[in-house]
Design a binder for this molecule. Structure first.
Ligand code: AOF
Ligand code: ZN
Length: 371
């Protein structure tokens, strides 16, 4: 291929892959234990099939895109955000489906670390004479698949710490219910983040002080509320809290020590609250690494930590935060404020800035861990 044609092809590949990555976002938080993956089938520059991993994880993206494309898949190019699977799981291998459909070329973004796939998907395609281009927009795809890749490679979910900080460096006022730090746009944005995560986690102090619901309340997306987890060593979650009261509608899991009050445990269980088995570390606190390992083993890919200062500091101190979503509001809290565990003026050590935006009067900065 002439250099100019190759450059044009690379540009076209990036354009379609960017569209596929955007499509894959649609089912983030809805496909556990599977990743949300997207496929586009492109014939003569026209998208003739599109698929995103179905809610609940199956069918996979490729089979849906191929079904929509029908005969037009023959000789076409397939754009896949994750290497097509190679294993006979609960569905037949997507690599085989691409071969059978007669696609001429497959363009992939991220490789699949799942040991049943890991290079075998691309190998099946190549063995059949399909042209394969790997790694197109690999970084952007890996960012979208961060939860899945984290769970596969580190055996724990991606931990996203969300912090809303006032201009004077506070995250709220002690003993008081929710203090408004950010405006409407930022709050809507946080609800979208909740929709895209598998679980949302708070310390019991926040549950007692703020009595939050932790649901996604965006119009039309109410059904996308993630599982709510409370770190609650001594089982202080009030049965009258919004969390306990709504446990039958949206799951609530409490991480409490084994010796916590049996009566309270039974009462919460009767309300529909579930419990996570936990270990206690040498500081007397719930051991977070083991808790995260257990959550990953159950399929959780992303956990959003939403409060409060102590819980945020605990995750930061243990080096368990992978991403920080930081909102800085224009107002001050003043007297009685609870100081943020992070200084909003300094980039957190060991993190790099990946996104910056303004939502109304609030500043948004997103950081990911560098190591
Ligand atoms: C794909 N396309 O859309 C997704 C894939 O349990 P199974 O049989 O559904 O397989 C789960 C594995 O499939 C998962 O661990 C990951 O490797 C891959 N996900 N693969 O070809 C998709 N979601
Ligand atoms: Zn598959």
């Amino acid at each position: 291929m002439a250099a100019k044609d190759a450059a044009r092809q690379a540009e076209t590949d990036r354009r379609f892959m960017a569209a596929a990555i955007r499509l894959s976002r649609r089912h983030l938080g809805l496909t556990a234990t599977n990743p949300s993956v997207a496929t586009l089938i492109v014939c003569d520059g026209v998208i003739v099939g599109r698929g995103v991993t179905a809610i609940g994880g199956r069918p996979h993206a490729e089979t849906q895109a191929l079904a929509e494309a029908g005969d037009r898949a023959r000789g076409a190019t397939a754009y896949v955000t994750l290497e097509p699977c190679a294993h006979h799981g609960r569905t037949p291998p997507c690599a085989d489906a691409l071969v059978t459909a007669g696609v001429a070329r497959v363009v992939g973004a991220a490789s699949d670390p799942d040991e049943r796939v890991s290079g075998k998907g691309y190998a099946i395609l190549r063995a059949d004479g399909i042209e394969v281009t790997e790694g197109v927009l690999a970084e952007a795809a890996a960012d979208m698949l961060a939860g899945y890749l984290n769970r596969s490679l580190k055996k724990r979910p991606e931990v996203i710490l969300k912090l809303a900080i006032s201009a004077d460096g506070m995250i709220g006022r002690r003993g008081e219910c929710q203090v408004a730090i950010t405006g409407t746009q930022a709050r809507l944005q946080v609800h979208m983040m909740r929709a895209e995560c598998d679980a949302i986690l708070i310390g019991v102090g926040t549950a007692v002080d703020d009595d939050p619901e932790l649901t996604c309340r965006l119009p039309g997306l109410e059904a996308r509320s993630p599982t709510r987890i409370v770190i609650d060593r001594s089982l202080r979650l009030p049965p009258s809290s919004k969390l306990a009261q709504s446990a039958r509608d949206v799951p609530v899991l409490v991480a409490a020590a084994g010796d916590a009050d049996a009566g309270r445990r039974a009462g919460l269980a009767a309300q529909g609250v579930g419990f996570l088995a936990v270990e206690i570390d040498e500081t007397g606190r719930i051991a977070l690494p083991e808790l995260l390992e257990d959550l990953a083993a159950q399929g959780t890919m992303t956990v959003m930590v939403e409060g409060g200062a102590e819980t945020a500091a605990h995750f930061l101190d243990e080096g368990l935060v992978d991403r920080i979503a930081l909102y800085v509001g224009p107002g001050t809290v003043g007297e009685g404020g609870v100081a943020s565990p992070l200084d909003p003026s300094d980039p957190p050590e060991g993190f790099r800035l990946v996104r910056e935006a303004t939502f109304g009067n609030d500043l948004y900065r997103e950081y990911v861990r560098t190591r």
